[in-house]
Write a protein that binds this ligand. Sequence first.
Ligand code: ARG
Length: 566
Amino acid sequence: MATVSEILQERLQDALRAIGIGNGGLLQATPTADPRHGDYQTNAAMVLGKKLKQKPRSLAGRIVAHLSLSDIGIAEVAGPGFINFRLSPDFLGHRLHELALDERLGVERTENPKTVVIDFSSPNIAKPMHVGHIRSTVLGDALANITRFLGHHVITDNHIGDWGTQFGKIIFGWKHLLIAENLDSDPVSELVRIYREADTAAKKDSAILEECRQELVKLQRGDNENRRIWQRCVDLSIEGFAKIYDLLGVRFDYQLSESFYNPELPRVVQELQERGFAEVSDGAVVVWDRALSEDPFIIRKSDGGYPYAATDIATLQYRLDRWRAEAIWYVVGAPQQLHFQQLFSLARRLGYQGDLQHIAFGSILGEDHKLMRTRSGESVPLQALLDEAVLRATAIVAEKNPELSEQERRSVSRIVGIGAVKYSELSQHRMTDYIFSWDKMLSLQGNTAPYLQNAYVRCRSIFRKLPIPFSATISIILREQAELRLAKKILQFPDIVSAVLDGFKPNILATYLYDMAAEFHGFYESCPVLSAEPAVREARLILCDIFSRLLRTGLHLLGIQVPEKM
Ligand code: ARG
């Protein structure tokens, strides 16, 4: 099913052909924000007018005169040469009926499916996942859902940081500072503690620093004891991560950690040297790209160790060779921008095709507008944050609906609390630094998950009052302004979903769902459903049915669940 934008674009092309402008290029007809400008608008006449040296307004007039739109609505020229489209109630009713029968709510699968690898979350071992990782995890998961829904072959890969210089200190700490009971009760925190203490000690005492280095060298050479300790740390951390992913409802197709690529690194570096892309500099092996930066891309350090960059080259090769990736998207914070520029530039020089993207994001701030920290100044662990979200949601849910059973309340609180955290992330443009505010994200009013979840519950409650299960049968006649407004919003869904990938902005979908829910509330307030006369009631039920399915689908794409009651 073509989207409304696509239908209008086609009709525009027909009209242009009729007036002898054969190839007008890509013309956009997009939903308007202000209903005074119609429902959709195009600036095609202005763009073409400039190109063809014709007056935009008169060109717009000629286009409109040749537009055949009688089955859709009307078009008119506005301002300096805009063309505004107004959709007719008949057309809206007809489209809604089609949507009611379409499981995918009008969203077509792409005709050019690609294999897309999405690298997201990717926390580090022996460091807790902190609130910064929530952005990568939540954004990456939403993008994966949406890309998959659009028909691409998506492979998600959690590139866990399980290798690196920190292991010298962790192993030193394990041997000298470990408290067994702590490790049993909260392993991730204990690993973090021993790392921090070893790090402090090494800063003060150069003998300890040297010992840590030796532990690292032993690990890299495959020393049995150090390998065993390392493996324990990895296992314990991954178990801790798994609990968080479970709570968030996030899954990965692969979890190929950095160490997975270790055996490839000597070959990768050697090949780059042989092909003349890398050279020795101050004992290290580096790749220069002075157009990008005066800092080299270090692929082997002077002590012989292979850093992050080397692993990323091996990882890229693996994804291209093994998975036949056509696109690789990395959802990683903005501070790593140069790393990815250097990686992608090298990949291009090596002749790798494909769509490489660094999908960056900003920081999460505390209510004091500074980077979010615990009272003792550390970054806030994610597990504690999510537990608090659920706890706070429990209080809200209990107050809103005391009738829920204990079990229902528990499950609803989880859906609401986790949904609130995810939505506060996804409703922002990813590059904005946003303020983490419990009160705001858990509010039942405003652009929040609980507001949307509540709109869903409200709508579904209508259906629970029906004597027989509802199924959409008749075509729909809409007359009231509130009905028409909601219907128009609903029809934008397919255009919105595909627009998300343009710039990787799930916030477009979030904002859309919010606007749609606001239209629903307007409708719900002014148009009684169950008490209306039969034909009207049927039409309104269809509207409600589509609205609730769409809201549920839209939120699921964002990785957010909806409760049936709350
Ligand atoms: N572990 C890294 C970090 O926490 C992120 C890894 C991102 N993925 C990649 N292929 N480099 O900063």
